[in-house]
Design a protein around this ligand. Structure first.
Ligand SMILES: [Ca+2]
Length: 214
């Protein structure tokens, strides 16, 4: 339990680091009429209450992945039968998101699993996955209880309407875990085996004049 708490603290510290980096470029002034705030959710059906659309599953048999992604009962459920050899061997994507250069974004989601494990979250260019990610690869420790994870970043690359959110939930050697994470050495063990990963309430927001969302 102590270990879990430490890992959680590290995760929080890492999250704050990301936020701190985001704050390095000052938020844009909102003008006289409105106060700057986070926008409404830029994603459609981020709470999965409408089932799958427009989310897409990715089972990469070429990398040894096997399993199924389902969207019953308002929760995205990734069942991993074979973890394969890459994090994306069992994954879920949201495609065609507009990211504008210089704008600040915040993403939040809830996750849990039926065993403690590491999953990788990233945001990048859907057309050229080898390009640098917009939000650096995030290896996240998830446990059996729902927890909210939050990241913030400034879009440093050319405006792109084909941005993509990736939840890569299969094999994960933990190479993007925060420095000093107690999970780092044993991540390979912790991230192996079959498991089911649950995701809900995915919210992507842009900093600006919005006032709807908190
Ligand atoms: Ca839901």
């Amino acid at each position: 339990m102590k270990k879990l708490k430490t890992a959680a603290m590290l995760l929080i510290t890492a999250g704050l680091t990301v936020i701190a980096m985001g704050c390095a470029s000052a938020p844009k002034a909102a003008g006289d009429s409105g106060k700057a705030d986070w926008s409404a959710n830029l994603l459609t059906n981020g709470d999965f209450e409408a089932g799958q659309d427009p989310w897409t599953p990715w089972i990469d048999t070429g990398w040894g992945g096997a399993g199924e992604v389902t969207w019953d009962n308002g929760v995205a459920t990734l069942r991993i039968d074979e973890m394969g050899e890459q994090p994306w061997a069992v994954a879920m994507h949201y495609k065609k998101v507009l990211f504008e250069k210089g704008e600040r974004y915040r993403v939040k989601f809830d996750m849990k699993s039926d065993m403690n494990r590491i999953v990788r979250f990233s945001i990048g260019n859907g057309l050229a996955p080898a390009d640098p990610p917009y939000l650096n690869y995030q290896d996240i420790e998830i446990g059996t209880e729902w927890k909210t994870y939050e990241f913030e970043f400034v879009m440093k690359f050319r405006t792109n309407k084909f941005g993509r959110l990736d939840f890569n939930c299969a094999y994960n050697p933990g190479m993007f875990l925060p420095e000093g994470s107690p999970w780092r050495d044993e991540a390979k063990l912790k991230a192996t085996g079959g498991a089911t990963v649950y995701i809900d309430n995915v919210i992507l927001q842009k900093w600006g004049t919005g006032s709807e969302a908190k």
